[in-house]
Design a protein around this ligand. Structure first.
Ligand code: CUA
Length: 350
């Protein structure tokens, strides 16, 4: 292949990439946008489309060139020339895809990092998914609802919990999506920037009623949101709870129970103080009664390190070190320590 031919092929690839990209990027793949995260996700998709168009163009141009250049002459019945290896081409077809894939990975990482950043004044909503319904709890406002109301232009964090099987939280206009997994709390944030009515859709096949598992989403001004909270009997204006670092003793029980419930502990354990009666995991009143806080903390962050008799390895999620903030972990440990040793007359009881 001469240098001129190579230049022409490269030019053909670039022109084809441009033509395909212009057409494909025009298409409104994701529909209307309704959150600040949507712009970043849509830009990411456009970049991926252009990269894909580039790869597709290389394949198409080389295919066309080979068909044309190496076609058999009329009457030529002979075999093709045997060819072994071509170091230059092999380096090129390893290096180019590697660069493309690494760029895609790095760029996605940057976008994900940006849209997942938590803001300090965010609104917290606890979301419970079950076959086949959604429930919402506003812990700071003291409201529960089957409609999801959120204020416009304020970040909201959705703490997801599933009671039975895996469900998935998705409001198409916000783009972001996350699974709700039994026994493994997850969360996602969105900052809706356009008020109006939307729909929360379960996007994980979860059973016979999956397609009906939807909930109304109302994005409204902060005033309308506060008014709705008041109508529901809650107290508006509640900001995201401050980290309970300097929490007063009186609120330890309430905060501890909140974390115990939010993190799904009550879905598996028995703990009298929290009114929890499940038996998937050990009875905490029993197994923690003579344990110090250090043991309790280890049992939460590294549950398989020491197992309670009769319970197998791997039953308890081992990601609480990630899903709990250091303050939450501290509160939970204190809460468990206090509530399990309260009635115990042994040494170490406080
Ligand atoms: Cu819940 Cu699909």
């Amino acid at each position: 292949m001469t240098r001129t031919t190579l230049m022409r092929l490269i030019a053909a690839v670039l022109v084809l990439t441009a033509v395909i990209s212009v057409v494909m990027v025009q298409i409104d793949w994701n529909g209307p946008a309704g959150a600040t995260e949507a712009n970043d996700v849509d830009t990411l998709l456009d970049v991926m489309i252009i990269l894909s168009a580039f790869v597709y163009s290389i394949v198409l141009v080389m295919l066309g060139y080979s068909i044309w250049r190496y076609r058999a002459k009329p009457g030529d019945e002979s075999d093709g020339e045997p060819i072994h290896g071509n170091t230059k081409i092999e380096i090129a077809w390893t290096l180019i895809p590697t660069v493309i894939v690494l760029f895609g990975a790095a760029y996605s990482w940057v976008i994900l990092d940006k849209i997942e950043a938590r803001e300090s004044d965010r609104l917290e909503v606890n979301v419970t998914a079950q076959q086949f319904a959604w429930h919402f709890e506003y812990p700071d406002q003291g409201v529960t609802s089957t409609e999801l109301h959120v204020p416009v232009d304020r970040q909201t964090e959705f703490n997801l919990k599933a009671l039975d099987v895996i469900h998935s939280f998705w409001v198409p206009e916000w783009r972001v999506k996350k699974d709700a997994v039994p026994g493994q709390p997850t969360s996602l944030v969105a900052t809706p920037d356009t008020d109006g009515n939307y729909e929360l859709i379960c996007t994980e096949l979860c059973g016979i009623g999956h397609s009906t598992m939807r909930a109304p989403v109302i994005v409204e001004s902060q005033e309308d949101f506060d008014k709705w909270i008041e109508d529901q009997g809650g107290k508006p204006g509640g900001q995201a709870a401050a980290p309970p670092g300097g929490a007063a003793e009186g609120s330890l029980a309430a905060e501890g129970k909140q974390i115990f419930d939010d993190q799904g502990c009550s879905g598996c354990h028995t703990l009298k103080a929290a009114g929890a009666t499940e038996t998937v995991g050990p009875d905490l009143d029993e197994v923690l009664a003579d344990k110090d806080p250090q043991f309790i903390e280890e049992s939460i962050v590294d549950p398989d390190a020491e197992l309670a008799p009769g319970f197998a390895q791997g039953i308890m999620p081992d990601n609480f070190a990630d899903s709990l903030s250091p303050e939450q972990l501290d509160t939970l440990v204190k809460y468990l320590s206090q509530s399990t040793q309260g009635g115990k007359s042994g040494a170490g009881a406080q």
